[in-house]
Every structure is written in structure tokens, then in C-alpha cells.
Write a protein of this length. Structure first.
Length: 346
């Protein structure tokens, strides 16, 4: 009886550790959300128009940054994300540096971008900071999701990897709340950006103490370290079997040889690639991103309270992520996709 209780308690401890690791590593996703959420209100901030956009009529509530300039300020961040999340770049870091070191490097680069943005005195300086922040987030978006999935127990994998999306939406919401408090103050936009350095520093300081990915360690031939990493997040009864599964998967991938780019465009892999790209594109094209990046401008043009409606929009976005956490491992991913698509259609 006591042995069973002790074993159950150890198993619970490993699960708690796995959840903790997923949350801490998901600070990378939280940074993504902060960078998405903070920019929209700041583009309408009077002191930002004066300090960075350098508009002569910055004190006029009706003044606004030209649409093309505002679009470029927003878009250059995404350009940075695209560059480092592209397979040749992210693959280099993930395969050679490992998931853990890629996250640490991404967090360090993010702090550089954050510092440049917060201390900007010109449009060029802000754009450089936005680009650097985008480069870091592109790498983090690839590394964090992979790291979480490889350390999460199979029974909790859906919920823990959904934590990535939850943290993005939380970051967007927190950014809206911080902006609503700070951006109307003189120079408050700088403090709203400096706020991002807090979770960025937290990620940089915490990650060195978290385990490496067991799969990456096996790929590098470091099986003893992989076994030790698994013991941090798995019950002892599960460790040997999962270790064997990882080794067998690695041997199978080795037997297939190095992957070729042309394989992405043939047979079943091509269909899966097309499906994945379509799902990603369609969820971006439903129009939500327009409200994320330009919500205050849209709401103001309708004569609404821009700050309040932006915060409400971001709150709904955050709360709607919770069903995925609880249902991903119960109802399956396909069912959630179907019902979500119906909701977006309505």
C-alpha cells in the first residue's frame, strides 16, 4: 500500500514538473503575444507620434501616422518572424544548438530588440528594434512548441502544447491592459515596451535550469543525458519504454537517410504540407489580425471607445483559448478545428 502511494506521488511530481516546464518555456509565446498586442494602441499614442513618428501636429487627437508607415511598423516584425521561422534557419538552430539553447538565444535577441524599441528616438531605430524582435520571436515560435511537445507526457501533450497558444493570447491581453494604463501618459509608450523585458529576462534566467529535449540528446548520441532528462518529467516506470521508443524512432529516421526538399512535394507528405499551410493561412486570413494590429484605429473610426473595445476583444480571444486546453486530448484536434471553423464562419 505504502509503495503504491509513494509511486503515485512520484508520478504526480513528474507531471507537475512537466506542467511547470511547459509554462516556463511558454514565456517565449507570452513574448510573442506582448509584441502583437502592444503596438496597436502605441501607434495612436500622442507622445509616440512626437518622439518617433515626429509628426508636427502630434498633439491633435485627429492626427495619425500615415497608413503606409503604420503598416510597415507592424509588418517588419512579421518579416523578422518569417526569416527565422523558415525551415533552413530554424532547422539549423534546432538541430545544431538544440531546443533549449535556441530558446535561450532567442530570449537574448528579444531583449536587444526590446531595448532598441523602448529607447527609440527615430522611426529607423524603432524599425530596427521591431525587426530584431521579430527575428527572435520567429526562432522562439519554432523552438518553444517543439520543446514542449518533446517533454510533455503523451497523455498531456495536447493540453501542454495548447499552452503555447494560451500564452500568446495572454500576452496580447496583458499588452492591451498595460497600454491602457501607460500610453496616454507622456512617454508612457516607452514603459509599455520596457515591460516586455520582464518576461524576456525571466525566460533567459529560467531556461538554463530546465532539461534539454531527450529526443535531441538521442540525436546527438548523448543517451545517458537523455535518460536523465526523461527522469525529470516521467515516472520511473515509463522512462525505459519511452527511451526505447525514442531510440527506435531515431534509428528509423536514420535508415531513411537525410530528408530531401523535393520530398515535401510528393505523395502523402505533400498533402499533409498543403493541409498544414492551408490551416495556418486560413486562420490568419479571417480578419482577426487586423483587429490585433489596428484595432484602436478601426474602433476610433467607428466612433467607439478604442481602448476599451481593444481590451474586450483581447479578453475574448484569451478566454476562448481555454476550451482547447481541456478538450484537445478529449475531443481530438479535428473536432476542435471543425467547430472553430464554424464559429469563424458565423
Amino acid at each position: 500500500g505504502l509503495a503504491a502511494v509513494s509511486s503515485a506521488r512520484r508520478s504526480m511530481n513528474e507531471r507537475i514538473r512537466a506542467v511547470g516546464i511547459a509554462i516556463f518555456s511558454a514565456l517565449g509565446a507570452f513574448l510573442f503575444g506582448l509584441d502583437i498586442g502592444y503596438i496597436a494602441p502605441i501607434l495612436e499614442c500622442p507622445s509616440f507620434k512626437r518622439d518617433v513618428a515626429q509628426l508636427s501636429n502630434w498633439h491633435d487627437p485627429a492626427s495619425k501616422i500615415p497608413d503606409a508607415t503604420a503598416g510597415f511598423i507592424v509588418g517588419i516584425f512579421s518579416i523578422g518572424c518569417i526569416c527565422t521561422s523558415s525551415p533552413p534557419v530554424s532547422g539549423y538552430f534546432l538541430d545544431n544548438w538544440g531546443r533549449k539553447m535556441s530558446i535561450i538565444f532567442g530570449a537574448a535577441v528579444f531583449l536587444v530588440g526590446c531595448s532598441l524599441q523602448a529607447s527609440s528616438t527615430s522611426l529607423g531605430m524603432l524599425l530596427a528594434g521591431r525587426l530584431i524582435a521579430g527575428l527572435s520571436i520567429g526562432l522562439l515560435s519554432s523552438a518553444v512548441a517543439l520543446y514542449q511537445s518533446e517533454l510533455a507526457p503523451p497523455s498531456m501533450r495536447g493540453a501542454l502544447t495548447s499552452m503555447y497558444q494560451l500564452m500568446i493570447t495572454l500576452g496580447i491581453l496583458v499588452a492591451a491592459v498595460v497600454d491602457s494604463v501607460l500610453v496616454d501618459r507622456d512617454g508612457g509608450w516607452r514603459w509599455a515596451i520596457w515591460f516586455q523585458a520582464v518576461p524576456g529576462t525571466g525566460l533567459l534566467l529560467v531556461m538554463p535550469f530546465l532539461p534539454r529535449s531527450p529526443r535531441w540528446l538521442v540525436q546527438r548520441g548523448r543517451t545517458d543525458e537523455a535518460l536523465a532528462a526523461l527522469r525529470v518529467v516521467r515516472a520511473e516506470s515509463e522512462v525505459q519504454q519511452e527511451m526505447q521508443d525514442i531510440i527506435e524512432d531515431f534509428k528509423k529516421s536514420q535508415a531513411l537517410g537525410d530528408p530531401q526538399w523535393c520530398e515535401l512535394f510528393r505523395g502523402r507528405i505533400a498533402k499533409l504540407l498543403l493541409l498544414g499551410i492551408s490551416l495556418q493561412m486560413l486562420q490568419q486570413l479571417v480578419g482577426m489580425n487586423a483587429f490585433m494590429y489596428f484595432g484602436p484605429r478601426i474602433f476610433a473610426s467607428l466612433g467607439c471607445d478604442a481602448s476599451k473595445l481593444q481590451t474586450v476583444t483581447n479578453t475574448v480571444n484569451f478566454l476562448a483559448t481555454f476550451p482547447a486546453l481541456f478538450l484537445a486530448d478529449r475531443c481530438g484536434r479535428r473536432s476542435l478545428l471543425v467547430w472553430s471553423a464554424l464559429g469563424m464562419t458565423l
